[in-house]
Design a protein around this ligand. Structure first.
Ligand code: DQQ
Length: 535
């Protein structure tokens, strides 16, 4: 096995070689899903950016086709950066993206349309000369921080609108543009939204969610049965956050709800390695699906040696949590078609210090669903207010630090003698009147190799345990990926890890409890995952 092969993914999207980053312009059109992505055709570090293109019938198996966009015009000579697709009735798909026009990286907004709408794969894209670029930065917009147009939405005033990410000094800004014909675009008087101290807003995403059901909505959907989501990727922290809120069409403004922070500490789709995400509405299944990029956490030299870098997370269906305070995300159902051999373990008590191996599946390429029940919350430790966030709490209270209720969870990609493992676990604390649930995915012991980024990712889980003392965990394990969904998609953490011993057949999987309170593993289902056909 050559360098890096044992860490390549079996079912997470990646090209055969070289560098990838942001997912671009995801869409469903005429029976095919399309995924474009930022790609360096010449190597495994960022640069020479084109839009690579793959097509699929099921979001899981993909066929690579030729690059859709590559520098070919004066307005995108230095790169075709991120953007989105809109299916315009009567016209078809339109890609809007950021062209890099000069060596100073001046950013202009450009568009492309399929050369032949009858080609089911939409292989060739053209950039009409008469109306490109369709927007250039004008005062006060800063043309070196002006990129990543969203999917357009239509309003009854007869206009299409899009948002483009930017900043004004340290203020993150979502500039809005409108158009009647999808060719000529005019900037709105004020941005859709902006927020102090958040820096450059990359890859904004703006879409409605239904208050009444978990079905997805087209970007243009409207009415009092909806709420809106605004997501931004912060290039300063390399994290994304989103808010839920109201889109006031009359005022052309988005007003976030006050139920979560509008800033660095806000809600996240994923509390791990997940960036530059983008959603699309899938009319074939009436759902909204989110793609996100998971970067490597090894060194540049490792990436050069491996010859590849970057993957896409498993596409996730997204809908509003019935509590209306956050979103829920869950792997698309098509992923289950890769499930092979199944193991079951039911009703097993885990005393303090106990560790049970899940045997009979390939632990390096698996899907695992576990349901834990907690007899009593009485022994929950007191939450220490000096921990500024969940990540810090996880770093202080690792999987080996004994507790009252928890830590309990799983040890993924573990070597036989536990020289290496990536634990994913919960811990429950008391905090004044309520309980605080912490979910952690800790890469500190993930590899014997030294020069890796091994963060202790963490997020809180907004779940009321007082009635039903149960919490679930699903983990998608894929060689160098541990993508975990807590409490049915309330809190998600994707970790990239590079075990040296716990690879391929050498990888093990355990369930554990290191808390005084015994935990019952009510149900565990694990599956071998078949490899997807990817590119
Ligand atoms: N990646 C693209 C930009 C975007 C950034 C360039 C986010 O368009 O802002 O590859 O990862």
């Amino acid at each position: 096995i050559s360098v890096g092969t044992q860490h390549r993914t079996g079912y997470h999207f990646q090209p055969r070689k070289h560098w990838i980053n942001d997912p671009n312009g995801p869409m469903y059109f005429n029976g095919f899903y399309h995924l474009f992505y930022q790609y360096n055709p010449n190597g495994s570090v960022w640069g020479n950016i084109v839009w690579a293109h793959s097509v699929s019938k099921d979001l899981i198996n993909w066929e690579a086709v030729e690059h859709a966009l590559y520098p070919s015009k004066s307005f995108d000579k230095y790169g075709c950066w991120s953007g989105s697709a809109t299916i315009v009735p009567g016209i078809g798909p339109v890609i809007q993206y950021t062209g890099i026009a000069d060596e100073k990286q001046t950013q202009v907004q450009c568009y492309a349309i399929p050369e032949d709408l009858k080609d089911p794969h939409l292989r060739k894209w053209v950039k009409p000369d008469d109306s490109n670029p369709f927007v250039v930065a004008d005062n006060p917009v800063n043309g070196s921080a002006f990129r990543d147009p969203t999917t357009a939405w239509w309003s009854k005033d007869g206009h299409w609108r899009i948002v483009v990410g930017s900043r004004r000094k340290d203020r993150g800004v979502a500039y809005m543009y409108r158009s009647k014909d999808f060719k000529k675009w005019v900037r709105s008087k004020h941005p859709l939204h902006s927020r102090k101290d958040t820096g450059m807003w990359e890859c904004p995403d703006f879409y409605p969610v239904s208050l009444k059901s978990n079905l997805g909505l087209d970007a243009s959907a409207d009415g009092n049965q909806t709420k809106h989501v605004l997501k931004n990727s912060l290039d300063v922290t390399r994290y994304e956050y989103y808010t839920l809120g109201t889109y006031r069409r009359d005022k052309d403004r988005y007003v976030p709800d006050k139920t979560s922070e509008d800033g660095w500490g806000g809600l996240r789709y994923d509390y791990g390695n997940f960036y530059a995400s983008k959603s699309f509405f899938d009319p074939s299944k009436n759902r909204r699906v989110i793609w996100g990029w998971a970067n490597e956490s090894d060194t540049k030299e490792d990436d050069v040696r491996k010859g590849w870098a970057g993957i896409q997370a498993i596409p996730r269906t997204v809908w509003l949590d019935p509590n209306q305070r956050q979103l829920l995300l869950w792997p698309v159902e098509e992923l289950n078609n890769l499930r092979g051999k199944e193991v079951n373990m039911n009703n097993q008590k885990l005393e303090k210090g106990e560790k049970v191996e899940v045997k009979g599946i390939t632990a390096a390429q698996a899907d695992l669903e576990v349901e834990f029940s907690i007899p009593s919350l009485e022994k929950a430790e007191t939450y220490d207010d000096k921990w500024v966030d969940a990540q810090e709490a996880c770093a202080n209270k690792g999987s080996n630090v004994e507790g009252g209720v928890g830590p309990f969870g799983i040890l993924t990609l573990a070597s036989e003698k536990l020289e290496e493992f990536t634990p994913v676990f919960f811990r429950i604390f008391k905090d004044k009147k309520k309980h605080v649930i912490l979910m952690c995915s800790d890469a500190r012991r993930s590899s014997l190799k030294g020069d890796l980024y091994k963060p202790t990712f963490g997020g809180f889980v907004d779940l009321d345990l007082t009635k039903d003392k149960k919490i679930s965990l699903r983990s998608l394990i894929d060689h160098s990926v541990v993508e975990s969904f807590g409490a049915g998609g309330k809190t998600i953490i994707l970790s990239r890890v590079y075990p040296q011993l716990a690879v391929l057949k050498q990888a093990h999987l355990f369930v554990f409890n290191n808390g005084t309170e015994p935990i019952t593993m009510e149900k565990l289902k694990g599956w071998d995952m078949k490899s997807a056909q990817i590119n």
